[in-house]
Design a protein around this ligand. Sequence first.
Ligand code: ATP
Ligand code: MG
Length: 359
Amino acid sequence: MFAKERFLGVDFGTESIKAVELELRAGQPFLVNYGEVPLLTPYDSKKPATRSFHEDMAVKFKALLERMQPETNQICISMPSFLGLISLIEFPEMTDSELEEAVRFEARKYIPSALEDVSLSWESLGTKDAVGTASEKDAKNRKTEVLLVAALNKDVWQYEGYVSSVGYEMKLLELETFSIIRSVVGSDLGTFLVIDIGARAANVILVENGYVKKSRSIDAGGRDITRALSESLNISVDRADTLKKSTKDFLNAKDVAVIFPAIETIINESGRMVESWKTTRLDGKIDSVILSGGTGHMTGLPQYLSKKLGLPVKLSDPWRTISYLPILQPKIALIGASFSAAIGLALYAIADAEKKKQS
Ligand SMILES: Nc1ncnc2c1ncn2[C@@H]1O[C@H](COP(=O)(O)OP(=O)(O)OP(=O)(O)O)[C@@H](O)[C@H]1O
Ligand SMILES: [Mg+2]
């Protein structure tokens, strides 16, 4: 009867599913449970796959919940951002109903599929002066920015299916970009480039005062880094993976000459986003780069990115607003930034419940 409300976030990644369960203690998010379950990866090719990736996902998700025994049946989940599209569109200033019509019309240009096959959402992010205009009061030159988000229905249904198959109620399904931003940036003011590097994919996200303004998914991640290390040093993939996670700096040390094409690709895309941002703002300054995802922990990566991008770079701390038992500290430090999406989802559940209580 006096049981506290629980909040559950689940991040469906490509190498693992991660879950975080929170409750509120003295008004603060407190970690009551978390879990991670590995998915089939290409490294498992030694053992022939007995089921498809999606079958594996459903089985592993069920197993994770059975292990965690969450004390809620409501769940917020994310799907990989490479399954969706996030675009910032500019419109002349207009009324809300005109905007609704204009967005529907414009969406066709941005979305390569038939609109009936797509789940579409959009949000007006306010108005701004067009770059290069002299007067702030010149209404003609004011633009409304709209963020358009889309994903194929078939992918949305796939993820909804995982949740309904375990009998849970889905409160939210979003692209991981938004979950990551909620935990690593929150409502911090400023302009940040968040680089999330997972196992298979990386997300480069431009965030202005807490709002996602640009987001790109890149087919480059930790798997590619392990492979490059294994090939360059002529060692097994397992050995390379251990070495990659060690304290040895393969990026900045003068005596190691391993080239990681995946990291160079991520740097090029990040540089391109920084440049394109300058064309949308009078002052296109970016305050800093925030690294997220498991690969964000790679020794020397912040220094290397900082040198290449000419910006301060730091590893994110998605746990910064979460309290937990002190005994968990070493483990939390280890998994650190790889839980950013799962935490962001559980934080959404909390914010949503608070909002409902107030209304
Ligand atoms: N200390 C570390 N140093 C370097 N790489 C690490 C470290 N810890 C984890 N990784 C790598 O991070 C990757 C996993 O990151 P993460 O958990 O964010 O991925 P994911 O969410 O499962 O996958 P994706 O985001 O691609 O869908 C793996 O490639 C792993 O080898
Ligand atoms: Mg991920």
